[in-house]
Design a protein around this ligand. Structure first.
Ligand SMILES: Cc1cc2nc3c(=O)[nH]c(=O)nc-3n(C[C@H](O)[C@H](O)[C@H](O)COP(=O)(O)OP(=O)(O)OC[C@H]3O[C@@H](n4cnc5c(N)ncnc54)[C@H](O)[C@@H]3O)c2cc1C
Length: 457
């Protein structure tokens, strides 16, 4: 049995702790905030609730695997639901597409209906191209617990066509500029320029078509609640309100951590699920972190979009999980499945009269987002009964780093960072800013890799 300390109680840290405890290691998890969850915590105000960050996820198989391998099936804790249609796209020329998931034929029909005959087949052909890339990416990189280092392998780069950018690929493969916006908008919302994103990242369009987009009725806070229960069942020692200030080493290997409370926690293995710039810049001695520090100094963390949560009363358009208003600013509206905190509140106000929306806005910050929405034909100003605004700086401060990870800056830079997931014996880095990347499935996938590398006690 190894003594393992996990730093950070966001999804990546929680997932790693659950898996490692099931493998019979003795695990301590240290989180600097009063509660665990990181970017997946909920926000509550005036009886309404919203997801603070992620509201939907692709690849539910990654979460299913996490729960199965750490004890019990996901479904015994959570009622994960397919959202279909998953996303409404509203374009600047007034065209609208409600894009379903799970069916190639349904996507063709929906795109033809919204953008005109022939566009559906154009879209389907583009998504089909991503299928081969997805299978390559999985087998060469994602399913390999040491896959991060493989991204620098010349043959892997060739097979993935990693040098081609998303912008180049879209120009080549999708004549309709609205369809190009369907692909590029999710990267733009997440702070990246499609000219710096490697084309293989477009596999997400195939992943979503094939495996769907999923939501949880209680929001992502329910996922955190379920993981907290797993950790407690597995005897993980969870310590909140303690900040890790140093990774201790013995020789050139990790040997534990020191916390802001002055506690020394010795360990055979340290798993850091926090911003790697903090790990290499502050927690590790310069003599050990030198080269890696330079690699991460060159990386730009994603600045989150402006976020506004609103509680609304009265009749509203029936929106899918996400509505993307293309143009400048780019706006995404996320509809919460169960908008009210308590059933009592729901009973007094009527079950269908309340909604909770989260509005993410990239660009155009000098105008109030509700005024911008009104100018785009969605005027909800008279229906707002609760509101919480969170600036990009506040969102970064909440988690101590970017939960969106780093901006894409070509494959080479991400390959260099990915190769540093296990920079010294006994030290492993996971989470949104490490390989395989941000968003729920990839943050949880990194945790699976570390468990596989360490194996059974
Ligand atoms: C606004 C927003 C919207 C998003 N939307 C989606 C979406 O729709 N779908 C999706 O899949 N993903 C989405 N994401 C991304 C997804 O939420 C994240 O990639 C994922 O939750 C990151 O998990 P993590 O554990 O790596 O990091 P985090 O959640 O950032 O957790 C890091 C944790 O470490 C703690 N910590 C930091 N430093 C220390 C220290 N020194 N000592 C101890 N603890 C420390 C922090 O307090 C925090 O709890 C979104 C993110 C944001 C911000």
């Amino acid at each position: 049995m190894a003594e393992i300390v996990v730093v950070g109680g966001g999804l990546a840290g929680l997932a790693a702790a659950a898996r490692l405890a099931k493998l019979r290691h003795r695990v301590t998890l240290i989180e600097r905030d009063p509660t665990i969850g990181g970017a997946l915590r909920g926000v509550e105000r005036d009886g309404f609730r919203w997801d603070a960050g992620a509201a939907t996820t692709t690849l539910p198989a990654v979460l299913r695997d996490l729960f199965r391998k750490s004890g019990r099936p996901l479904e015994s804790y959570l009622d994960i639901q397919l959202s279909n249609p998953s996303r409404r796209h509203v374009f600047t020329d007034g065209a609208v597409v409600d894009l379903p998931t799970g069916s190639r034929a349904a996507q063709i029909t929906a795109v033809d209906a919204g953008l005109g005959d022939g566009t559906g087949l154009q879209w389907a052909a583009y998504v089909d191209q991503q299928a081969d890339r997805w299978h390559l990416l999985r087998s060469l990189v994602l399913d390999d617990p040491r896959g991060g280092s493989r991204l620098s392998d010349r043959e892997v780069v060739r097979q993935l066509d990693a040098r081609t950018s998303l912008a180049q690929q879209l120009k080549r493969s999708l004549p309709d500029e609205r369809l190009r916006a369907v692909v590029s908008s999710s990267f733009e919302l997440a702070g990246s320029d499609p000219a710096r994103v490697p084309a293989y990242a477009a596999v997400e369009s195939y992943v979503e078509r094939n495996f769907g987009l999923w939501q949880l009725p209680g929001g992502m806070a329910a996922l955190i609640g379920a993981l907290a229960a797993r950790l407690s069942e597995r005897g993980v020692d969870v310590r909140c309100r303690e900040t890790v200030t140093r990774v201790m080493t013995r020789g050139d290997a990790a040997a534990g951590v020191e916390t802001s409370a002055g506690h020394l926690v010795s360990a055979d293995v340290v798993v850091c699920a926090v911003d790697p710039r903090v790990v290499f810049g502050q927690l590790l001695a310069l003599s050990l972190a030198g080269k890696a520090r330079r690699v991460f100094d060159a990386a730009r963390p994603v600045t989150p979009p402006c976020i506004t949560h609103v509680g609304l009363r009265g009749a509203l358009p029936d929106l899918p999980a996400e509505t993307v208003l293309h143009g400048n600013p780019l706006i995404v509206i996320r509809q919460q499945l169960h908008p009210l905190v308590s059933a009592t509140h729901e009973a007094t106000t009527g079950p269908h009269s309340e909604s909770a929306w989260t509005i993410l806005q990239r660009g155009g910050h000098d105008v109030d987002v509700l005024a911008t929405l009104a100018s785009r034909g969605v005027d909800i100003r008279s229906q707002v009964v609760a509101r919480v605004d969170r600036s990009p700086d506040e969102v970064v401060a909440e988690t101590g780093g970017s939960s969106y990870g780093f901006e894409w800056d070509g494959w080479r830079a991400s390959a260099k960072r990915a190769a540093l997931t296990n920079p010294l014996p006994g030290l492993h880095l996971i989470g949104a800013s490490m390989h395989p990347g941000s968003t729920i499935p990839y943050a949880a996938w990194g945790a699976a890799h570390v468990a596989e590398r360490l194996g059974k006690a």
